[in-house]
Design a protein around this ligand. Structure first.
Ligand code: NAP
Length: 289
């Protein structure tokens, strides 16, 4: 078994991005600029946004954090989005999800200019991805494809089973894996899927994205399979300062000995998700999507 080291891969990609930024700025262009809109003070969202800002600093991007209180009016957010859409000094921006219940998330996503939608959530970007046009692809599936490429995983003609069909992970992942550049034969499983154990055990590439810690056990994994564990569920822990640790959807210890390649949690898909937002922002600064 070989470990797919997402942390090391993300670090290498950050180095590549930094080099590109230096090239851009030495040619007289301003550095890429990412903004994050954060509503409220949810602990998870605060730390995700803080990581995004730190990542920008590391690669030489400019970043802006725009904060609103929990009780902000939807109209105020829509006005801010309109302002960001029209800001020529800004390449891309994200609205950190989830949002408070009184805000219509989808309405906000659809208000973002698709050319600045570096999260890749706008229906125009999703649609372009489906038909294989240049687009912003949502960060987690993008990062997983990059990992598969960099670890030279053979995908052509392989059976790929994806457990989970969310709009940000499972579904876009299935689209990417079935594209002509990747050529996998894809099955998307979900909570109504029958014979899930057998289905997973038939996969050459198994992508677990359901958010159920330890769900995928050794009997669900084919000998020699490539296993990508997207799951990151916070579980209480007495061993960490924060009082919790992240658990994946795969029982790593029993599955690792059976497969050819596997991502750990943490240190697998997570760092690649973060770096993919930087890749999308760089793309936004360089190209017209
Ligand atoms: P989500 O929106 O809750 O979707 C979960 C999907 O899994 C749904 O499609 C659901 O089926 C399916 N599912 C749930 N239980 C199942 C079961 N017992 N059998 C078969 N399918 C089942 O979750 P998400 O946003 O995609 O996230 C999934 C996991 O990935 C979470 O742990 C999340 O924290 C993690 N995540 C990690 C990263 C990262 O960077 N590492 C990024 C994003 C998400 P139905 O559609 O039928 O309900």
């Amino acid at each position: 078994m070989q470990l797919i080291d997402g942390k090391a891969t993300a670090k290498a990609i950050k180095g590549e991005i930094r080099a590109e930024v230096e090239e851009l700025t030495s040619g007289g262009q301003r550095p890429p600029h990412l903004a994050a809109v954060l509503v409220g003070h949810d602990g998870g969202s605060e730390s995700y946004v803080a990581f995004k800002i730190k990542d920008c600093e590391e690669v030489g991007f400019r970043s802006s954090l725009i904060r609103f209180e929990d009780d902000v009016n939807e109209r105020v957010l829509l006005e801010k989005i309109n302002e960001l859409n029209n800001d020529p000094e800004l390449d891309g921006f994200i609205v950190q999800l989830p949002l408070p219940d009184h805000i219509n998330e989808q309405k906000l996503i659809e208000a973002i200019d698709p050319g600045k939608d570096v999260d890749g959530f706008h229906p125009v970007n999703v649609g372009k991805t489906v038909i294989g046009l240049p687009s912003f692809v949502s960060a987690t599936p993008y990062g997983i494809v990059e990992l598969l490429k960099r670890y030279k995983v053979e995908t052509s003609g392989k059976n790929c089973v994806i457990v989970g069909r969310s709009n940000i992970v499972g579904r876009p992942m299935s689209i990417l894996m079935s594209q002509k550049s990747i050529n996998a034969t894809v099955t998307v499983a979900h909570s109504r899927t029958r014979n899930l154990e057998e289905l997973c055990a038939s996969a050459d590439i198994l992508i677990a994205a359901l958010g159920s810690p330890g769900f995928i056990k050794a009997n669900m994994v084919k000998e020699g399979a490539v296993v990508i564990d997207v799951g990151t569920t916070r579980v209480p822990s007495t061993e960490t300062k924060s009082g919790f640790r992240l658990r994946g959807d795969v029982v790593f210890d029993e599955v690792a000995s059976k497969c050819s390649l596997i991502t750990p949690v943490p240190g697998g898909v997570g760092p690649m998700t973060r770096v993919s937002l930087l890749l999308n922002t760089l793309k936004a600064a360089k190209e017209n999507i």
